[in-house]
Design a protein around this ligand. Sequence first.
Ligand code: ATP
Ligand code: MG
Length: 641
Amino acid sequence: MATALRSMLFRRQAKIAPEALESDDEQNYRPLSFALLRKCASQLRPYRAQYALGVFLSAAQVLLDMTGPMFVGLIVNFVSDYISPGASESGRKWFDHLFRHFTGLSDAATLSQQQAIGAVVLIVACWGVAVAFSILFQRWSILVNTRAGETVQFDLRKKVFIQLQRLDMAFYDRTKLGRIISRCTSDINGMRELNVWGVVHLSTQPSMILFAILAMAFTDWRLFLAIAWLGPVLYFVNIYFVRKSAIKWQIVREGFTRVSTNLAENINGTRVVTAFNRQDPNLHAFNRLQVENTANNMAVARTTGTYQPTLEAIRYVGRAILLAYGGYLIAAGQLRVGGVVTAYLYWDWFMNPIVFLGNFYNTILQALAGAERVFALLETEPAVKDLPDAKPLPRIRGDVRFENVVFGYKPENPVLHGVSFEAKSGQMFALVGHTGSGKSSIISLIARFYQPQSGRVLVDENDIRHVTGDSLHHQMGLVLQVNYLFSGTVLDNIRYSKPDATEEEVLEAARDLGTYETIMSLKNGLNTDVGERGANMSLGQRQLICFTRAYLANPRIFMLDEATSAVDTATEMLVQQSLERLLAGRTTFVVAHRLSTIKRADQILVIDQGHIVERGTHEELIATGGKYAHLYEQFSQASQA
Ligand SMILES: Nc1ncnc2c1ncn2[C@@H]1O[C@H](COP(=O)(O)OP(=O)(O)OP(=O)(O)O)[C@@H](O)[C@H]1O
Ligand SMILES: [Mg+2]
């Protein structure tokens, strides 16, 4: 039976499922897994000294608190000794003897009023000292445990952050942003209670139960035996309800995730919602999820609404037995009132941790659900990373070569089919082709955001797989199709590529590039706040800031994935001028939409469905009269129209 119970409570669980990280249906409940618990424990190991101190302090506090019933029993006994002197000696309990021994009273002595008052004052004073120390230890243990637990939380967040910086783009393509953020926030937060208090609770609460059992048995073994049978009853009741409510809590959490996901989608899509008048239907959909959420919570309430009262009923039965049987023993002269009071109070000390652990079990499961996903993230190996033999790339000339590169975001679904080209240092390459043809993918491969499935990408004859990412990226500049600005000032954003650049250097770069006027015309010049994702800036301004950022770094290889968005003619000219200066003297790859840029290119690569279908200069390609010539014709017509 014990094994059946064990398996009911702690179903063994296999290693972390890989889908734990990316699946949409996040599992919030699994039976307690020891493997996972061990992993959590290993995070605490560096701080075992702090945790040991925390456990010691908490244990001392609990131990001192648990002397309370004995003091109460003593007081009751002395008071009753005084009221009815000469009461039965056989009912005197061990702590009575002990106290009388210490205070020099013989067991048989009848007390005078003064002695009785003196004894009670002494007992209260002792109790007071115990309570004072207990309070002190409690405060100290809260501080020690919180410090240890928060350090573990800090470490975990740091590890996740480092891991997120290591992971490759493919990971970000397949994992939703919301999920990644919840790893670092709610999942790690869910582990807090376990990290701060897990060690203490899991050691002190069972000890409290054991201590209470021993104390009851010592106080009076007959009373103890009279209620001992309630122990197994409690055990079964607990297992039954804890398991049942754990499953229901899981359903609540899943339902609530749906509510918040729906909310997030609606907020993100506010403009579309308004434009298409979808307010009412969306509200209905949201409310449907809410109704479900309420129903789930009610289901939990029905379980806990039976569980808690059942526990209270058992507590009540215990009390009734203690009082009834205790009363009988008192009447029979076999026990003193203080003994019954002590046993009665220890019964509470026995019940409280049981109720507590029943709830804490759920906290642990919830923490483990988060922990499983956090560990799955930490254990994900990036697809692109520095090989063990990776060497730093020396200062490069800037030759770039693709050798038969085959690449797909999903290996079974290639988007580049055997692409080869060679760019010599200082050359400018323009990539043209229809949308989805693979232009941005080529740029991403040069930047080593992804790993080709076969073929090689070489920079100065070095396979970029065999060089360190740092040394490669230091010599590259990149302005993306969707450019990105961080919250902060224009200066912060420009300096992002070269943090040690002085303000003067930044201005110098802006002057060289011709973006100085634009930047200075902003409200606060370099100190203008760009807003979240650059929201306070126009598209043209954002692009010019990104150009300045790339220019400041002075890279050997520069890549530009032009946005198709139209800017006004004046800005367009400014962008073109800056671009020209930015590209001069570097190997550059431009996904170009501006005819002027394309025409300047040393080599135009025409990409079609992942193949290079034509290559050459503008004049050569026009002369061939192929795909490019056709594209050019369309383009010219469009610009004339
Ligand atoms: N992150 C991704 N995950 C999966 N498939 C992708 C991803 N990015 C692009 N693709 C697919 O790869 C193909 C090439 O995309 P790519 O972004 O290179 O096109 P592009 O030539 O830059 O197009 P555009 O001119 O519209 O920017 C497309 O079919 C696209 O659907
Ligand atoms: Mg693109």
